[in-house]
Design a protein around this ligand. Structure first.
Ligand SMILES: [Zn+2]
Length: 96
């Protein structure tokens, strides 16, 4: 007589959420939509590149930038996610 063994595996996953400090919604001139904008430093940390490399990506049109009325530069998350996932169809982050 064959016996049946059931193995149950329980796992846990820790998810860390970081507040997007300085993030805000703004109209991206290239996307023509309200888009979540994040700081240049945060975009650089996501891409694991220097702030100078972010400037090169903006100059090349790969990333979109937005300048606030306090002269802070923010990066469009639509263009950031398009860079991170180039095979995905055009993605727009829903309004928060
Ligand atoms: Zn954009």
């Amino acid at each position: 007589m064959a016996s049946r063994t059931t193995i149950e595996i329980y796992t846990r996953q820790r998810t860390l959420l970081h507040p997007l400090q300085g993030a805000r919604l703004a109209i991206c001139a290239q996307c023509h939509a309200d888009v979540l904008m994040i700081s240049l430093a945060y975009a650089a940390s996501i891409l694991q590149v220097s702030a100078g490399a972010i400037g090169d990506l903006v100059a090349g049109g790969t990333l979109h930038e937005f300048t606030t009325n306090t002269a802070a530069t923010l990066i469009c998350c639509n263009s950031l996610f398009a860079l991170l996932n180039p095979s995905a169809p055009e993605t727009q982050i829903p309004n928060l």
